[in-house]
Design a protein around this ligand. Sequence first.
Ligand code: ADP
Ligand code: MG
Length: 292
Amino acid sequence: MPLIIVTGLPTSGKTTRARQLYDYLSARLGTQQAQQQQQQQQTPSPSPNPNSNPKPPYRLHFISDSTLSISRTVYDLSPAALPAHVRSANASEKDARAAVYGAVKRVLSPRDIVVLDGLNYIKGWRYQLYCEAKNVRTPSCVLQIGAGVERARAVNEARLSARGKRAREEKEDGPSRVSKEEDGKNENAPQQQEQQQTQPQKIEEGASSHSQKANDHSGDDRDNIDDDEEPYEPSNWENLVFRYEEPNPMTRWDSPLFTLIWEDDEAQTRAVFDKIWDAVAGEGRKVVKPNQ
Ligand code: ADP
Ligand code: MG
C-alpha cells in the first residue's frame, strides 16, 4: 500500500508503535504469502490461464529520521541553537523533509507498504504525502500516537539525564581506558534499562507465520532501524509540542485516522493494527484514482 504515516508528539512512543506495526505487517504478509502458495498447490491447473495475473507480494519498508540519519537538531529553532539567518529560513528541517520525501517516493507503489515513523507534525506536510500516495494510486492513512504531554516530557528528560550520565562517565573514565566494544555497551546501558522498564508488549502474528522469513516479501529496511535514540534539547522539545498540528479525520489527508494511546494493551493494539491492515491491504482497501 500504501503509506502509513505515524504522527505524535516528540518522545510519545511513535517509534515503539511503528516497530510493532512493522512486525505485525511483516508477519501478516508472511501468512498471506504462505496461504497463497498453499492455494496454488491445492488447485493445480493443467493449462495455466495466461489471463490470470496473480498479484505480486507486498514489500514492506520502514522509513524514519533514524534510518535516514537525520538528527534531532534539525527541528531546533531555539536562538541558542541556531544563528538567526538559519532559523528564519528553517533550512535544515526543510532539507530533512526533502530527504524523507525522496525516500518515500523512491519506494512507494501500490505493492509497497511504507511505515513512515516520525513527527509528521505539519498538516501541509501530511497533505503533501497524501498527494504523493494518490499520484502513485495507492492509499494512505495516519496512525496517531497519543501520550500525555507530561509523560512524553518525562521520557525526554530520562533520555537527557541518561546522556548526561554517559558524558560524565566518559569524562571520569577517559575514552582511552574504555575499549570501543565496551564503550558501545556502556552507551546502550541506560537506554536498555529504560526500555526494559517501560517496553510495551510486542505484537506478533502466530508463531507459525513468524517462521516465515521477512525477506520473503519485504525490502527489509528493518535492519536499518537504530535502537539508540537521542534526546531532544528541552527548548526544542517544548517548541515541537507547541508547533504540533493534530491530525483531523475530517480532512482527506488525515483519513482514515487510527489512534493508539500509551496505555493501549496488546489486544487493543492488535485490533487497531487489524483495522490498518484492512484499510491498506484487505477488504477495506479503496481503489485510488489520481485527481479525485
Ligand atoms: P518516539 O519515537 O515518539 O520518540 P519512542 O518510541 O522512542 O518514542 O519511545 C520512547 C520511550 O518510551 C522508549 O523507551 C519506549 O520503550 C517507551 N515507550 C513507548 N511507548 C510505550 C508504551 N506504549 N508503553 C510503555 N513504554 C513505552
Ligand atoms: Mg522515534
